[in-house]
Ligand binder design. Structure first.
Ligand code: ADP
Ligand code: MG
Length: 739
């Protein structure tokens, strides 16, 4: 062996001329990053079969030579454009079999055709199907040995014989082939001088885990399923442990920060507000309020996640915290995800406070403060005034959208940031607001109505304390949800509108939700990625509203609501809906979060299958808020028995948000959970699933807490520290910075 390489050595040390291709394809720059490229699949050599007797749906793996390979293109009727099909015939000494590979993208099809050429030998693995009276394998997993012509077939077979018992198939791309990765990885394993070990030895033994080098070797070159399993167990624990240590460090450093304690005072705004509250707080609201006020009084910044069902009354808890801060001479900011919601918050907070919000005005209470609203559409003059009120401290409570994050917004003394509906806010945005507080960081309260399962809370929100409101205030009526399957029962469409008319006749109001605004664009929200109906056939606000006006809901007062309306119009329409001047609001998902109109009792969601579970749950939370029973009709064209229909049935079946959020996770990909899929960055988690590996995360968290408590700077754990730094540097772990 020549000189060795280290974890941080340049990729070129082991990948030679393939290095730049590999970096381009996967972003790996070091040997360590390359070694984190685990096989996507393992194939048992012992299970390799011949092609003698095939049965339908049997899963087979075999070695064969490509005797024919033809690339065909054909018009794709469903999606438009062209699609591609590589028709391959492979042969063993006795038998032949047809393989077909389908590709939607031309460059992928061409790459495949270049890889699977006549004369090459490969390992193929897939499920036996039939096509025109003949056996065929569609899209089998493939591993081509060497790159060869016919002469090399024997050499390829010899190569196959000499391979370990479990064959590995690596994630590859059209520019980097599996074998190139395999070679580089093999060399890296041989040359690597030392494998960084993040885990204290005692912990490793206590949890029955492999040594670091062994694990790395066995994940890439196992001889048995047991070895592969043991390697995964160790490496998975490492992932959880590194993440949890980073989070534990953050928690510890937050606790070490100083924040201004906000202890309030007797007979201040909070006391006066409590006196005039028209209802009594639920036991849950009281308990959570206590926790929050306790945190505010402490000398280090609060970082608390307040989760609670739609309608559980989170706002009042937040408002009490804001008043406590104002009572302590500070300011509080409430950050809302949409203009509609910011306006509504400003309106309802002002209303709840009454003369307590009339600070500086004639007749205002002596203690009174001001509530300021700042959004992207605040006019120039008003804006100047608002900015100055914020800067000189007149505005004790500032409600706004992203506009609050701009540089020009300066607070006199920002003591508390409340973020409503957390899942819509990015990391940087929250950080920007936090920065506005100057030297002492503000307290932060994050509210969400999408309950977060424990594992996700631990990983994604690892440094937030969590409070949960489990009960709904009294007088909240149950919501009945029904699926309306138009495919099976087209006549029910008329029933839906008749039902809405009944609601309106008895003095109530209704929402009709559509996935799109009009023909030209999708709705306000990104739609779940389903391959079903083309977007243009989905219900659109601009089409549904006139259709209802002219037809089934003729004579009712109908308005349209969507994200492309001017902010003033949005506000005007929401106001008139809240005032009961509109019977039916035809809207996109802009009304999804937080909109609170007590007299609205029915909601019809058109093309409901286009929305996610949590989103549907959120939306239906808009009805049944005012003590009248709520009705939610999920209208769909999806087929009976389809996953979409199952999802809708699940939503109709329960109003338990926790249950639904668990369900939602099953339908979503891991990246969505970690918030990384949109940014296109990888999460850095390869073997660990925040959904499936709850115990691993819990174990790792306990160990991490202990390690950080004993050694906060990790001076005694250099390998662990280095791994955390690498994780941060590669920016693969945005979620670490989430809070
Ligand atoms: P969410 O948790 O969904 O944000 P809100 O804070 O908007 O819920 O509260 C929903 C409605 O319930 C509001 O109109 C609010 O005034 C009312 N509310 C809050 N707490 C109580 C309570 N303890 N008793 C009765 N009504 C309440
Ligand atoms: Mg709310």
């Amino acid at each position: 062996m020549a000189t060795g390489v280290t974890w941080d050595s340049k990729l070129s040390a082991v990948a030679g001329s393939s290095a730049s291709k590999i970096e381009k394809a996967f972003g790996y720059r070091t040997v360590g990053e390359l070694l984190g490229h685990y096989p996507r699949r393992y194939v048992d050599k012992g299970a390799v079969s011949d092609l003698g007797h095939l049965t339908l749906d049997e899963h087979i793996t075999f070695v064969a030579r490509v005797v024919k390979s033809t690339l065909k293109s054909y018009p794709d009727r469903r999606r438009g454009g062209m699609a591609y099909r590589l028709e391959v015939v492979v042969a063993t000494e006795r038998d032949r079999l047809a393989l077909t590979f389908f590709d939607k993208k031309k460059h992928l099809a061409e790459w495949r055709a270049k890889t699977i050429v006549e004369g090459t030998t490969g390992l193929f693995s897939g499920k036996v199907g039939r096509f025109r009276d003949d056996w065929q394998l569609a899209n089998p997993q493939t591993k081509i040995f060497g790159a060869g012509d016919e002469d090399q077939a024997d050499a390829a077979l010899a190569e196959f014989e000499s391979m370990p018992d479990l064959l590995t198939i690596y994630p590859a791309t059209s520019t980097v082939q599996s074998w190139q990765l395999e070679e580089a990885i093999k060399l890296a394993l041989e040359m690597l001088v030392e494998v960084p070990d993040v885990l204290p030895d005692a912990v490793r033994r206590e949890h029955g885990l492999l040594e670091a080098r062994q694990a790395l070797e066995w994940i890439h070159r196992p001889d048995s399923w047991e070895q592969k399993g043991a390697a995964e167990k160790r490496l998975r624990f490492d992932e959880a442990f590194v993440t949890q240590t980073a989070l534990a460090q953050r928690r510890a450093s937050l606790e070490a920060l100083d924040a201004t304690p906000r202890t309030g005072r007797d007979e201040g705004l909070l006391d006066r507000f409590d006196e005039r509250l028209p209802f009594t707080l639920t036991a849950g609201q009281q308990a959570v309020s206590e926790e929050v006020l306790h945190d505010l009084a402490a000398g280090h910044p609060m970082h608390r996640l307040l989760q609670g069902e739609v309608g559980s009354g989170k706002t009042v808890v937040a408002l009490r915290a804001m008043l406590r801060v104002v009572d302590s001479g500070g300011q509080a900011a409430l950050l809302a995800p949409t203009e509609v919601l910011a306006q509504q918050h400003a309106r309802s907070i002002t209303a709840m406070l009454g003369d307590l919000a009339a600070g500086g005005m004639l007749g205002g209470d002596a203690e009174a403060t001001q509530v300021a609203l700042l959004t992207g559409s605040t006019g120039t003059t008003a804006r100047r005034e608002v900015l100055s009120d914020i800067q000189v401290g007149n505005a004790g409570i500032v409600v706004g959208t992203h506009a609050l994050l701009e540089d020009k917004v300066r607070f006199l003394d920002l003591g508390l940031v409340v973020v409503d509906e957390q899942h819509r806010f990015g990391v940087e945005q929250r950080a920007a607001l936090t920065d506005k507080a100057g030297d002492a960081p503000p307290h932060v309260l994050v509210m969400t109505a999408t309950p977060i399962p424990r594992t996700v809370a631990m990983t994604v929100f690892g440094d937030l304390e969590t409070s949960t409101l489990t009960e709904l205030p009294q007088g909240r009526a149950p919501i009945q949800t029904n699926v309306v399957p138009l495919r099976d029962q087209p006549a029910w469409f008329d029933r839906v509108w008749a039902r809405l008319r009944e609601e309106v006749d008895s003095g109530r109001q209704c929402y009709v939700v559509c996935p799109r605004i009009d023909d030209t664009a999708k709705g306000d929200e990104e739609l779940p990625d389903t391959d079903e109906a083309p977007a243009t056939s989905l219900a659109a606000v601009a089409e549904v509203a006139p259709m209802l006006e002219a037809g089934p809901l003729h004579g009712l007062r109908i308005e349209q609501m969507h994200g492309r309306l001017a902010p003033d119009d949005k506000d005007r329409i929401m106001r008139s809906f809240a005032a009961g001047e509109v019977d039916v609001l035809v809207s996109t998902t802009v009304i999804e979060v937080g909109v609170d109109v007590g007299n609205a009792t029915a909601m019809v969601i058109l093309d409901a299958d286009r929305f996610g579970v949590s989103q549907l749950h959120q939306m239906r939370g808009r009805v049944g808020r005012g003590g009248h029973p709520g009705l939610c009709l999920l209208v769909t064209n999806a087929e009976d028995g389809s996953p979409a229909r199952e999802r809708l049935a699940a939503v109709a079946g329960t109003t338990d948000g926790f249950e639904l959020s668990r369900l939602d996770l099953e339908y979503r990909r891991e990246g969505d959970v970690l918030g990384t899929s949109q940014s296109g960055k990888r999460s850095g988690l390869k073997l660990l699933s925040v959904i499936r590996h709850e115990d691993v995360i819990a174990d790792a968290r306990a160990v991490a807490e202990q390690v950080v408590a004993d050694d906060p700077s990790l001076a005694k754990h250099p390998a662990l520290l280095a791994q955390i730094e690498r994780l941060r540097e590669t920016e693969q772990a945005d979620y670490l910075e989430k809070a």
